[in-house]
Design a protein around this ligand. Sequence first.
Ligand code: TXA
Ligand code: MG
Length: 328
Amino acid sequence: MARVTARTSDIEKAAGVLRAGGLVALPTETVYGLGANAEDPAAVARIFQVKGRPPSHPLIVHIGGGEYLDDWVKDVPATARLLAEHFWPGPLTLVLRRGRRVPLEATGGLETVAVRVPAHPVALALLAAFGGGVTAPSANRFGQVSPTTTNDVRAELGDAVDFVLDGGPCTVGVESTIVDVTGDAPSILRPGGVTREELEAVLGRPLAVPSTTRVRVPGQHPSHYAPRARVVLVEPEKVVAEAERAQDLGHRVGVFLPPSMAGAPVKAHAVVSVPPSMGDYARRLYGFLRELDQRGCDLIVASLPVEEGLGLAIANRLRLAAGPRATV
Ligand code: TXA
Ligand code: MG
């Protein structure tokens, strides 16, 4: 777990802002969230406004512990309880049937609701002090890279957020895994911090994973988690050649140098070395994308990791970052 950096007075202040209908940026183990009182439709509406997110895109309700699950959802299947017991607090979000406490504003009009218990001491302290549920999408503008530090949050949202609660840098670095447990068989809607292999070991059966192109949940729309620079994906052994070709054509190229090419000389505007450990890579992925934007790159050349463990979530985010951009 991340070290606790927030003071008790900050937790109290943040809880007060939530009670007053304000917005609080809060740390979680995955990414920073933009939180509001889940039961306050006006505060929830402000989240959509600040993010520039279409109101039909549902939010995750963060709760302080698995013991509160039945307050927020109805008809919890045994599979959901099993997963909650194993992975909460943690980077797992369960999609369940909406309970009456959750306003339709938070679910984008859906009769299902996404719920999770974050594994971050500051988030848990805030949830305990506040006493209710906190709806929180990632604290970035719609379609952009999720923030993993308070500096990122301020760069994304500036004064639009009423209070920023500091919990240090996020330790997981990619968003939670979303599992839909409303149907006959559970399915992964978004790969994330809990791996498919970990889920399958607990469930004792294989899980379906969406193809990145299938638009099932809003986070799966093409071009999401995207830096300003265009992202191009090639095979690992072609990264250097492709980067140099684009640089020669006049682009300011940022390179994600894969571990298999570590130390290779590359003629480009900026280079980041991809860590060999998937945990380290996940933790630093969004920081790398932000860094290359800040260094003025207009094109990022990267390759996909092996899609096992956290590599599945990393590859999913890179594919979405490389997806077609909206033309409006
Ligand atoms: O790690 C995380 O999950 C972070 C931290 C802040 O908790 N939150 C996050 O929220 O990534 P957001 O809003 O950026 O992504 C939430 C995803 C969206 O893709 C949304 O469509 C999906 O959850 N979602 C929410 N409610 C849903 C529902 N009822 N059915 C299907 N998908 C749902
Ligand atoms: Mg997001």
